[in-house]
Design a protein around this ligand. Structure first.
Ligand SMILES: Nc1nc2c(ncn2[C@@H]2O[C@H](COP(=O)(O)OP(=O)(O)OP(=O)(O)O)[C@@H](O)[C@H]2O)c(=O)[nH]1
Length: 308
């Protein structure tokens, strides 16, 4: 099944995300690819959406920051886009203040395990503002660093406003925060689409998709359960699992009940919500140093023990 490539664009207000999006959409159009855009503007009128071609399906998340509405709106929008269109790629522009990991989290929803392939988190840095970052508030400064730290590709934009030595200095500073990220210097966000792909564009096979996740800093593993689990065994496992797994979500069934449950785990708290509908038992594990083979074995073992 074809998966839509997802690009998550993050960066501060005014850093050049819309300029980048416009460039990328032009390239996509030349390749005759079907693209959708999810945008988030603070406030109730989206101005930037004017920049987007009328043929491009567009979903807007209005009234609030994408990370606050993530579990609901973004997932619903993605579902709608995937249902109504045969998409090659989806661009999600986060607000200047959203945390890219929250957006990634929504894209890794078990609902989309077979439909989306996240290519990269791209963080735009306004080179001039980076130089002057000491003057912004501590909270924003921290967020700026977080956006850089979690990016797979960092575009240091507006380099026309920096001298060559300032450019070199900026690259060094950014690489010290995120040594694994790919750093590119840009003017007016001019960058080739291929440079933003951490995957091959076509024929994504199992090996390649594993490869992408290895390259992304935050890794995920999706397990499809085939039998209901014993709740006690499952909870015991949760207590003992490595703390590098910080998020789990998906649909599960348990031996004690006929219902499907939406299971959410974050910051050490498991939450179970009874669902009215039956969903495939896909569960996504998200964390920093996940060994997929180990997790797969562990879940298989839980399944076997639950049937005894
Ligand atoms: N000098 C210079 N200006 C640039 C460059 N890239 C973008 N700009 C300008 O910077 C301004 C902000 O760019 P946008 O693309 O709207 O930035 P944004 O991140 O989408 O901004 P928000 O929508 O406010 O989050 C615009 O006036 C751009 O024309 C660059 O490389 N050099």
């Amino acid at each position: 099944m074809k998966k839509a490539e997802v690009f998550i664009l993050s960066g501060f207000l005014g850093s050049g995300k819309t300029t980048l999006l416009t460039n990328l959409l032009t390239q996509e159009k030349e390749l005759d690819r079907k693209v959708a855009v999810v945008m988030n503007e603070l406030g109730s009128v989206s101005i930037d959406s004017d920049a987007i071609d009328k043929d491009t399906p567009l979903k807007e998340l209005l009234n609030g920051c994408v990370c606050c509405t993530i579990q609901g709106q973004l997932e619903v929008h993605l579902q709608g886009l995937l249902k109504e269109n045969d998409l090659d790629s989806i661009y999600i522009e986060t607000t200047g203040v959203a945390h890219p990991i929250e957006v990634l989290d929504a894209c890794l929803s078990p609902l989309f395990a077979d439909q989306l392939s996240v290519q990269s988190i791209i963080t735009m840095v306004d080179a001039k503002r980076w130089q002057e970052r000491a003057s912004i508030s501590i909270r924003l400064h921290k967020l700026l660093k977080e956006q850089v730290r979690h990016a797979d590709v960092i575009l240091i934009n507006k380099i026309d406003q920096l001298s060559e030595s300032e450019q070199a200095q900026t690259v060094m500073e950014i690489q010290s925060i995120n040594p694994k990220g790919k750093c590119l210097l840009t003017q007016y966000a001019r960058v080739g689409l291929d440079a933003l792909r951490l995957d091959r564009p076509h024929n994504i096979d199992a090996h390649e998709s594993t490869h992408v996740e290895r390259d992304l800093h935050v890794k995920s593993y999706v397990h499809q359960f085939s039998v209901p689990l014993d709740l006690d065994l499952f909870e015991e496992w949760l207590k003992k699992m490595p703390d590098t797994i910080y998020r789990i979500k998906g649909y599960l069934k348990f031996t004690h009940s006929q219902n499907t449950y939406l299971f959410q785990y974050s910051y050490g708290m498991p939450i179970y919500m009874k669902e009215l509908m039956d969903y495939p038992m896909n569960v996504v594990f998200i964390g920093e140093d996940i060994s997929r083979d180990w997790l797969k074995n562990e879940m298989n073992r839980l399944e076997v023990l639950s049937t005894l």
